[in-house]
Design a binder for this molecule. Structure first.
Ligand code: ATP
Ligand code: MG
Length: 190
């Protein structure tokens, strides 16, 4: 499979859909949120820095994120394609991703944008708070994450549009329907 960038607001299902895409097409998976949560769990230098930002609903500075990108990408098996989940989140990150891939003669492949109304996002995140107890899934931090998303991340959709790889899927209340749409689209890409 080509590389895939999965893009959407907090709670839009990037992690959930990434897992099923990985299972179906046997590709690599980079979730920057998971990388950071793991660093926090292991109490590393990066983890200590990241925690302050995550707990406040803010983005980790671009230099730090870009620094771990190539290392993580090169640690995955080559040639099977990678799904980028939660990265890029800023224009600077997107430019860095494009350049990192170009240096390897790879390309960004396909961007999948998940569009979900904000009421549904909020319900999902509050539900996840009960199930997984993530520190940043409380109502105050969720509101900040939405703001940060609108300001810093959402404008990237147009950047991808200009790159000619933006593909939008809109939530209509059924997880299976959305999944089928995504699978039929990806099946046609291989
Ligand atoms: P999902 O869509 O999977 O439900 P999410 O968008 O809320 O989740 P993650 O992608 O897991 O969450 O990210 C959690 C937090 O980690 C972000 O709010 C941010 O603080 C930090 N983070 C993750 N990826 C990046 C990134 N690429 N740049 C900066 N900060 C990041
Ligand atoms: Mg996630």
């Amino acid at each position: 499979m080509k590389n895939i960038i999965i893009f959407g607001a907090p709670g839009s299902g990037k992690g959930t859909y990434s897992d099923v895409i990985v299972a179906r097409y046997g590709m690599g998976h980079i979730s920057t949120g998971d990388v950071l949560r793991n660093e926090i769990k292991n109490d590393t230098e990066l983890g200590k820095i990241a925690k302050g930002y995550i707990d406040n609903g803010q983005l980790i500075p671009d230099e730090l994120m870009i620094g771990i990108l190539a290392k993580t990408y090169d640690s995955l098996p080559a040639g099977k394609g990678v799904i980028f989940d939660g990265f890029p989140r800023t224009i600077a990150q997107a430019e860095a991703l494009k350049q990192m891939l170009a240096e390897r003669k790879h390309d960004m492949g396909i961007m999948l944008e998940l569009v979900v109304d904000e009421q549904t996002l909020l319900e999902r995140l509050l539900n996840r708070a009960k199930e997984q107890g993530r520190a940043d899934d409380n109502e105050e931090t969720i509101k900040k994450r939405f703001e940060v998303y609108h300001k810093q991340t959402e404008p990237l959709a147009v950047w991808f549009e200009k790159e000619g790889i933006r593909n939008t899927f809109t939530w209509n209340g059924s997880k299976d329907a959305m999944l089928n749409e995504i699978f039929s689209f990806l099946d046609a890409q291989k």
